[in-house]
Design a protein around this ligand. Sequence first.
Ligand SMILES: [Zn+2]
Length: 276
Amino acid sequence: MLVSMIESMKIAREKGYCVPAMTVANEHMLRALIAGAEAKKSPLILLYMYGNNPDIKYFGRIIRDLATQASVPVSIVLDHGEKYEHAIDAIAAGFTDIMVDRSSLPYEENVAQVKELVKIAHAIGVGVEAELGHVGMGGDMSQNVFTVPSEAKQFVEETGVDALAVAIGTSHGKYKGEPKLQFDLLEELRETVSVPLVLHGGSGTGDENLSKAAKLGICKLNIAFEFYRSALDVVQSEEFKNTPYAEYGMYGFMAKAMQETAEHVIDVCGSAGKAE
Ligand SMILES: [Zn+2]
């Protein structure tokens, strides 16, 4: 069934688990991720990076169709959504939620831009996630700015956002070096901030770290890199090379690998069996 991710996250927050959020770019991927969530009876959030499919409106229709038919709750959110036009496009494409990431801007500008889109989104029942502090790229921790709890509380009150992405030591893309998550900071944020918390840059952070973060108050875990990596790895595997005419079944191989990754991420999040 198609639901807003805010609904799924609120239940997760109450019950102490995390809803997995997985990147999606085309129909094969979409079906693989939904199959994984159905097999594990887990709620699912789909992340869409603007431009990853040639036609957001048509892809939006496919997502809505398959999500509606799914036996578990499925949401579709625009991930990051750096431009105003992207957010409007996603809403027009039927997305249940948008992320409005203005975390690289100064605080006041972040508040102003998020607030404007919250007003539009809420008018038609679309949920909004924003980010305070900043999660950098590729394990370059010098780009990271940890979230300050008192500022986060104020930000949520001023903007009216439904969910907040926080920076506690993860990084987007492939992690270089040893990840060090600030669990004390996460616990403080969980106590201080009234809306569900989101963790970006989950790939390469380590299952143990992520499971702990899920238990301590992260209600949505974003994973993207690992899905592309698992699809690439399988077509370079011996199994693929040794299968006659494997090329014709290439998308099947990739889908199977991505479904396995999805099921693994669900186990890490503790969301198996939680779909109602
Ligand atoms: Zn992100």
